[in-house]
Design a protein around this ligand. Structure first.
Ligand code: 0HH
Length: 202
């Protein structure tokens, strides 16, 4: 497979984790050079990430995560579990949009307020997740776990104590983060050197 994205964690990181966890043989191509003139016109909706798998070209980070989930059996074991994974993943998307809005449009003026209102948002995740642990579906991992893990991970950089009163979220972050391939990736120099976002804010 080929992942085309900017050299940032951003919306690429959960995809990278799923590729690594499933031992997918993939290359990564940066679209940072000549983005507007060369790359952007080639993207169906003018944005990356883009994942190529043989004849298939995918856009939209969540469509990519779901494709990998279907392909590698990480979409729950039944309809109920798939719905639970979807609900959490869509909630991750909602908070990720608020986060990227802060980072790219309102960091200096908005950070304090954002961090102040974060517990009310994280508490919704906590309440929804606390009956099953450590993963969203309990004992088996699904695609949304990687997306939620990454979301929590970047929020821990923004607000290091943000999970202190949320044991289920802390447990999920620890459970995903301690998986062998995830841990090795997070500890790698390449991962440490890659910025979370494209504007030096985090
Ligand atoms: N809904 C889409 C999805 O989920 C949203 C994708 C998106 O916002 O896939 N893509 C952005 C890149 S993520 C995009 O293509 C932000 C990373 C920015 C890195 C900036 C430069 C880094 C250089 C080191 N944006 C480009 C565009 O919209 O023209």
């Amino acid at each position: 497979m080929e992942l085309i994205y900017f050299p940032v964690k951003g919306r690429g990181e959960a995809i990278r984790l799923m590729l690594l966890e499933n031992d997918v043989n993939y290359t990564e191509t940066s679209c940072a050079n000549n983005w507007v003139s060369d790359w952007k016109p080639k993207m169906a909706f003018g944005q990356t990430p883009c994942l190529k798998d043989g004849d298939l070209t995918l856009f939209q980070s969540n469509a990519i995560l779901r494709y990998l989930a279907r392909k590698y059996n990480m979409y729950g074991n039944n309809d109920q579990e798939a719905c639970r994974a979807d609900i959490v993943n869509d909630s991750v998307e909602d908070l990720r949009c608020e986060y990227t809005n802060l980072i790219y449009r309102n960091y200096d003026a908005g950070k304090e307020e954002y961090v102040k209102s974060l517990p009310s948002k994280l508490s919704n995740f906590e309440k929804y997740l606390k009956d099953k642990s450590p993963f969203i579906l309990g004992d088996h991992i699904c695609f949304a776990d990687y997306n939620l893990f990454d979301l929590l991970d970047i929020h821990l950089v923004l607000a290091p104590s943000c999970l202190d009163s949320f044991p289920a979220l802390k447990a999920l972050h620890a459970a995903v983060g301690s998986r062998q391939k995830v841990k090795a990736h997070k500890e790698s120099d390449a991962c440490k050197a890659m910025p979370i976002n494209g504007n030096d804010k985090q």
